[in-house]
Ligand binder design. Structure first.
Ligand SMILES: *Cc1c(COP(=O)(O)O)cnc(C)c1O
Length: 390
């Protein structure tokens, strides 16, 4: 097998995977790994979940794709289910996270156009954020390493410091049409926005008539213990971006909007050939059915408490751990040593974990992970800690 045909955009681990079942994946040599990356918070039901297999099988026999010039029973049903579980009123479907962010940014720009003069177009974004790789999303991704080689990016954006209310107030004015925030920064290092900060953002958005956009692509869909992450912060955004776990591994994303945001758009403003195709929507419906009606989301807090308690014990025992971060099953171990070396050592012992920011290793188990798999994963984490020299 020649790997040279894959473009060189990722620093990959030296492993080729073939199949997965539950929280476990198997490489081409049959070696088993516990998967606490879950496709970076995507495989929320683990691998080869019967509900997903069934949805793909059944829907593929009926209708895989139909142009968005027509309705389909599945996109109507999926939108309805998302709206029933939120404080919002309409959904635009995309195929990925970055496309959901593009949709949200365009929504904010259109909102600014309708509610201001032509100069109400500034988008505020956070330092250390991650919103995706397409040009618009990259323009509001607050990390120089991702932006620097792709200038010039989209204009009309301004980077501010997360949880810094002074910085927020200094940069908010009538020209702002929207602000985009991850309630918990994933890729940037598991940094949690304070409820106080988010309340201040909400009130400034109301005063200056701007849209509050939450990027819940990584922290949403049950990972924090509520289907939508905003419910954990008691602040309701105007617009929510979701993707990753929405399809449980099948590519689908969405922009969820309230009436205030939705009222800005008209036919022709935005679109996507594949967005909201019946196959993707059928899979997402099956996933939501498991997460919400099947009670998986309701188990997250208990699992989180168990893992957090164990990790705090490890923190007291091993000097390499600086801090345990995150909420629900979006967990960060902040290290005083190299997170890359740490995740490599976990990998060698059969545990997949992914780094975040400069000093964090993330644990993102499937939301239906078993206690046995958690215990085994944590014993690998402890074995690596015990071998880590400082
Ligand atoms: C992964 C991610 C994205 C981008 O999603 P893609 O599907 O990779 O385009 C955007 N925002 C956040 C918070 C993410 O974690």
């Amino acid at each position: 097998m020649s790997k040279s045909n894959i473009m060189n955009t990722y620093g990959r681990f030296d492993v080729t995977f073939e199949k997965g079942l539950g929280s476990r994946v198997y490489d081409v040599n049959g070696k088993e790994y516990i998967d606490f990356v879950s496709g970076v918070a995507t495989n929320c039901l683990g691998h080869s979940h019967p509900a997903i297999i069934n949805a793909i099988t059944e829907q593929s026999k009926r209708l895989i794709h139909i142009s968005n010039n027509y309705w389909s029973t599945k996109n109507i049903a999926l939108a309805e289910k998302l709206i029933q579980n939120s404080d919002h009123s309409s959904v635009f479907f995309s195929n990925s996270g970055t496309e959901a962010v593009e949709g949200a940014l365009k929504l904010a720009r259109k909102y600014g156009k309708k509610h201001g003069n032509n100069d109400k177009n500034i988008l505020l974004y956070m330092d250390n954020s991650f919103h995706g790789r397409s040009m618009g999303a990259l323009s509001v991704t607050g990390q120089d390493k991702y932006q620097k080689d792709f200038m010039p990016l989209m204009g009309g954006v301004k980077r501010i410091q997360l949880n810094d209310i002074e910085d927020l107030k200094n940069n908010f004015n009538d020209k702002v049409c929207g602000i985009i925030i991850e309630p918990i920064q994933g890729e940037g290092g598991i940094n949690t926005a304070s409820a106080k900060y988010l309340k201040e953002v909400r009130s400034l958005c109301d005063s200056y008539d701007a849209l509050l956009i939450f990027d819940e692509i990584q922290c949403g869909m049950g990972r924090l213990g509520s289907l939508f992450a905003y419910k954990k912060f008691n602040v309701v955004p105007d617009v929510i971006c979701i993707a990753k776990a929405l399809g449980g591994g099948f590519p689908i994303g969405a922009v969820v909007a309230n009436e205030r945001a939705d009222s800005a758009v008209a036919p022709g403003d935005h679109g996507s050939t594949f967005g909201g195709n019946p196959l993707g929507c059928a899979v997402a419906l099956a996933v939501l059915n498991e997460l919400v009606d099947g009670g998986i989301v309701a188990t997250v807090e208990k699992k989180s408490n168990y893992i957090m308690e164990k990790l705090h014990i490890l923190k007291d025992k091993y000097k390499a751990i600086d801090e345990i971060k995150g909420m629900g099953l979006l967990i960060g171990i902040s290290l005083k040593t190299s997170p890359k070396d740490f995740s490599n050592a976990c990998f060698k012992k059969g545990l997949l974990a992914v780094t975040a920011g400069t000093n964090v290793v993330r644990l993102l188990p499937p939301l239906n992970v078993s206690k046995e798999d958690v215990d085994e994963a944590l014993s690998i984490v402890e074995a690596v800690l015990s071998e880590t020299t400082m």
